[in-house]
Each structure stands twice: as C-alpha cells, then as structure tokens.
Design a protein around this ligand. Structure first.
Ligand code: ATP
Length: 312
C-alpha cells in the first residue's frame, strides 16, 4: 500500500526587538541573567517543511549567503530536537526545510531563533503531532534563549536567559523603522565586550522594568520612547562606533527614540504613527548611515502556519 505524503507546511515567524534589556553580571556558567521586554515585529521569515527524499536545509533571501545550510543551522537542530522528543526517526521519511529570510542575519533580531521556532510549528503540523504550545516551548528553550519568544509572539517579559516568559498587555500598535547595518555582529562577542567595559569601569545600567510596563499599558508611544533601554547598546557601539551616527540620524529624521536591537547592529526607531514611520524611513535611507531600512509594526503574532489550504 502506498503511504500518503502530507503536503508541505509553511510557517511565518516574526523578528523581535528588545524594548528593555537589562543584563546582569557574568554568571559562573558563562551566561548573564537578563530581564527583557520583547516585542514581535512584522519583519518575518517564512519557513516551509516538506517530506523529501533529499533531507536538508536551503536558505534564500536577505543575507542567505551568511547562513549555514548544514547541521549547524538552527532550523535543522529544531528538526533533530523535535524528532528526539517524540521518539521519531528524522530520516524516515526525511524532511526538507526551506527558509526565506526577511529578518536580517546576525542583526540582533533573533533570525536564527525564529527559523527554529517556525520549524517546530511546521513539523508539528506536518507530522500531525498531538503536542501543545507549552511542550513546544520547552523544546524551544533548549534550542536557544530567544526561541520561546518568537514562538509565542506579542509582547512579553523574559527572565532567566530570556526564555522564561510572561505575556504583557500592549494595547497599542507601535510603529518602527528598522535600520540594517552592512555587516552583522556576533552575539557572544557583544556580551564579552560588555564584560570588558564593566571590568574597566562602570558603564551606566538601565533602570527598572516596571515603568516600561506602565508605558506599554498606557499605549502612548511618547511615554514608551523615553524608557527604551538596552545594556548591550554600549558594547555594540564600542565595537561598531558608526552606530552612534545611525542612532542620531534616526532621531534627527523625526523618530521619537532609537535603540540598538538586542546585541545589534540593527537599530530600531520608535515613531509616533505609521505616517511618521514612512517619513523617517525615507529620510534615514537618504542619510547614508545604514545599508537599508524597513518599516515594521508590533506587536504581531508568533510562529503560525500560513499554508493556503484552498490551494491544495
Ligand atoms: P539573536 O538576536 O538571537 O542573538 P541574531 O539575530 O543576532 O541573534 P542570527 O540571525 O540568529 O543572529 O544569526 C546568528 C548566527 O547564527 C549567524 O551568524 C548564522 O551563522 C547562525 N545561524 C544558524 N542558523 C541560522 C538561521 N536559520 N538563520 C540565521 N542565522 C543562522
């Protein structure tokens, strides 16, 4: 009897920006305790999983050449992790993962984590697994600190390494301009630079998270703009001094505030509304301070299946 081959499943998954990223001192296990507020943005990757005779990963789109297509790809690690969790042989039948990148690579926006989260959701559908979001989230946390958040989406408070999440109510849609740099920055290098700066002196640390939560609840982007903060920003700017100019250019172009996203080098600018974001993006792209700009809004949903059933 011929086995029925399930149709491919496509999942859309968002990037993240950290509205607040407070970084504790280096722990003995090499990690830092983080208190962070994530927001999912409408800058997305699309990941398709399909049963295939030639298993593997292929990567297309934004920065694809810098993404490994072998077993080091986080999406492939997700295939292995989910298969092990449910006791399934990942090679029988094999799986092909096709990634279309819209999220900048090594940009501090959780691009690799997004592909891992999307692969978990896609495979759960392809393999028709009875598996809840909480269980997927546990596997996600083993793959990386940011993976549970891009799985969940919305706005959330993350603690631990950032993987312990509590959803946060954000009533408002926030409008962002995202400035992509010419080259990525490695996350571990940025953390090491922060440790070095702290060993040398006492770089200022951002304040408590509570006022940021209140600003989010108020829905006023002006209030939120005053409170955006990232302890990794000083380290990213130390490694890439040109970011200072980018941050200034965004504010001069009319943004309420600018911040380095996570470990950078991508910069995110909060704007008053959608029209203002379009104007800021146009002016910033003419200022010659970054490779390219995008307009995005948040919060948006986490990884979700977008396969068009009507097309089958
Ligand atoms: P984060 O914000 O989570 O610290 P990032 O957005 O700065 O991460 P990524 O785009 O996730 O960075 O890429 C970091 C590195 O991970 C890249 O240099 C790349 O070699 C590797 N990588 C592995 N799998 C992927 C993937 N699917 N997409 C992008 N990068 C990947």
């Amino acid at each position: 009897m011929l086995a029925v081959v399930p149709p491919p499943v496509t999942v859309r998954v968002p990037a993240k920006v950290n509205l607040h990223l407070a970084c504790g001192d280096l722990r003995e296990d090499g990690y830092h305790d983080l208190t962070t507020l994530f927001q999912a943005l409408s800058l997305t990757d699309e990941v398709t999983v399909a049963v295939a005779e030639e298993p593997g990963v292929e990567v297309h789109g934004e920065g694809a050449a810098q993404v490994p297509a072998g077993p080091e790809n986080l999406a492939w690690k997700a295939v292995r992790a989910l298969a092990a969790h449910v006791g399934r042989d990942p090679d029988a039948p094999g799986v092909r993962v096709t990634i279309n990148k819209g999220i900048p690579v090594a940009g501090g926006m959780a691009g690799g984590s997004a592909d891992a989260a999307a692969t978990l959701v896609g495979l759960a559908a392809l393999w028709r697994l009875e598996i809840g979001r909480d269980e997927l989230s546990t596997i996600a946390a083993e793959l990386g600190s940011d993976v549970p958040f891009v799985l969940q989406g919305g706005t959330a408070l993350g603690t631990g390494r950032g993987e312990q999440l509590v959803p946060v109510l954000a009533r408002h849609t926030y409008h962002w301009v995202i400035a992509l740099d010419r080259e990525g920055l490695s996350t571990p290098t940025v953390f090491r630079e922060l440790d070095r700066l702290r060993a040398e002196g006492n770089p200022p640390r951002i304040g408590a998270v509570e006022p940021v939560l209140e600003a989010l609840a108020s829905g006023d982007p002006r209030q939120l703009a005053l409170l955006l903060g990232n302890d990794l920003q000083a380290a990213a700017v130390s490694l890439r001094p040109g970011l200072r100019r980018t941050l200034r250019a965004g504010v001069n172009a009319g943004a309420l505030a600018g911040i380095v996203s996570g470990s950078g080098p991508t910069c995110a600018f909060l704007c008053t509304d959608a029209d203002s974001a379009v104007r800021v993006a146009a002016e910033l792209s003419g200022a010659g301070v970054c490779r390219t700009v995008r307009v995005a809004q948040g919060p948006v949903a986490g990884a979700r299946v977008v396969t068009d059933d009507s097309a089958r």
